[in-house]
Design a protein around this ligand. Structure first.
Ligand SMILES: [Zn+2]
Length: 396
């Protein structure tokens, strides 16, 4: 993770090449098909796009001439047929930027069109004031692009924990304390680049759907543990739109575990027992150290066998198991991806998670794969980059 220092904003590279990717027509269809499913032979492209061999040849030739598409080594053809030459998109000459805004820091990546991270960096956010955040994002984007010169820049994806409309206006972002912030417009003005703003959990699930372990599943759920509890569901390969509430759909489901009370007054709801601030509050009491306890402190005390720490971790793990059992029974996904900055709790208490999940489900319930992913904020920023590819290259 590169950390950017200094205050002088670096200039946008003077000669940013224009993208050669076609924006419409058959050429665009070929580019998108290769981006999502390449490498593909001409025959496979024809089948996927319902094009005649002649149409495929006519669409591909200018893309090869422009260097947008390349031919890979020939493979033996089917049966006794002639060898076939797969085609693929040349993905690293075009880039997008992905940014995740958190309360203390802005995280950014420059990624190629398949979400491969070429450069990552972060800057501290001195305050959550929207103007300060916009300035920090704009500086980070310019500096990051200056590190990856000579690439066509398609746009910037930004992810924020909150409700966001299609134009990038944030109606509410509870952790940042934002209400009605037109983040998209402010960033477009500062950056002179296309900008898409997305809910952070939605952009993370976009990246999972494209690039993660769940990429071939038509139905999966994503649960994030952090300052809040996030949830997203993919059904038939499509991300279900989040309900128009600022509140996460799983944040306050009753689990009946622990005697904590959340800020809405529920005893034993998911937030009261599993959200990171609640867990760390209990850890501070259990470890008797006074002052704040970080997740790293708690996990270190747990791995050295401190009884108080173990009880706190196991209670959170039991709550997660109960929550995952609900998700499994109500949404019947094939897999549940669990991630977020509190994932260490789940990893430390993995056995308890699994046992609690099994105990709350029917004995003959179809098993659901639970994929615990230790990820940093760079992955969230990559999710925002994928949102930019979907918006500005694929055209979703
Ligand atoms: Zn609650």
């Amino acid at each position: 993770m590169g950390e950017e220092t200094g205050t002088a904003p670096a200039a946008t590279p003077a000669t940013t090449p224009a993208s050669l990717l076609p924006r419409r027509g058959t050429g665009h269809q070929v580019v998108v098909e290769l981006l999502l499913h390449g490498p593909l032979t001409r025959g496979e492209l024809g089948l996927a796009l319902a094009l005649t061999p002649g149409s495929v040849t006519r669409a591909v030739r200018p893309l090869l001439d422009a260097g947008v598409v390349s031919e890979l080594d020939a493979l033996p053809g089917p049966g006794l047929g002639r060898p076939v030459t797969p085609l693929d998109l040349v993905v690293d000459r075009d880039v997008v930027v992905g940014v995740k805004i958190t309360t203390g820091r802005v995280w950014g990546v420059v990624a190629d069109l398949r979400g491969e991270v070429l450069h990552d960096a972060s800057v501290e956010l001195s305050s959550t004031d929207p103007g300060v955040a916009v300035g920090a994002v704009a500086d980070l984007v310019r500096r990051s692009l200056a590190r990856c010169p000579d690439r066509a820049v398609h746009g910037v994806g930004v992810s924020v924990g909150g409700q966001v409309d299609a134009e990038g206006r944030v109606s509410v972002a509870p952790l940042l304390g934002w209400v009605d912030v037109d983040l998209g417009a402010a960033l477009r003005q500062r950056l002179d680049l296309p900008v898409v703003v997305d809910n952070d959990v939605v952009s993370l699930v976009r990246a999972e759907r494209w690039l993660g372990a769940a990429r071939d599943l038509d139905r999966f759920a994503l649960v994030t543990i952090g300052a809040g509890l996030g949830y997203a569901l993919v059904v038939g390969g499509e991300i279900l739109e989040l309900p128009s509430s600022a509140r996460s759909p799983i944040a306050h489901v009753p689990l009946g575990i622990g005697d904590g009370v959340c800020d809405e007054g529920h005893r034993g709801c998911a937030s009261s027992v599993l959200a990171l601030p609640a867990v760390l509050d209990r850890a501070a009491g259990a470890l008797g150290r006074g002052g704040d306890v970080s997740l790293d402190d708690l996990l270190a005390a747990h791995s050295s066998g401190e009884a108080g720490a173990t009880a706190v971790v196991e209670e959170a793990a039991e709550a997660l198991g109960a929550l995952l059992a609900l998700v499994a029974d109500l949404a019947w996904p094939r897999a549940i991806v669990v991630t977020g900055d509190g994932i260490g709790l789940a990893l430390a208490g993995r056995d308890v998670v699994d046992t609690a999940m099994r105990a709350r489900r029917a004995a003959d319930a179809e098993p659901v794969t639970v994929d615990l992913q230790a990820t940093g904020f760079t992955r969230w920023a990559r999710g925002a980059a994928v949102a930019a590819v979907e918006t500005f290259v694929v055209g979703r």
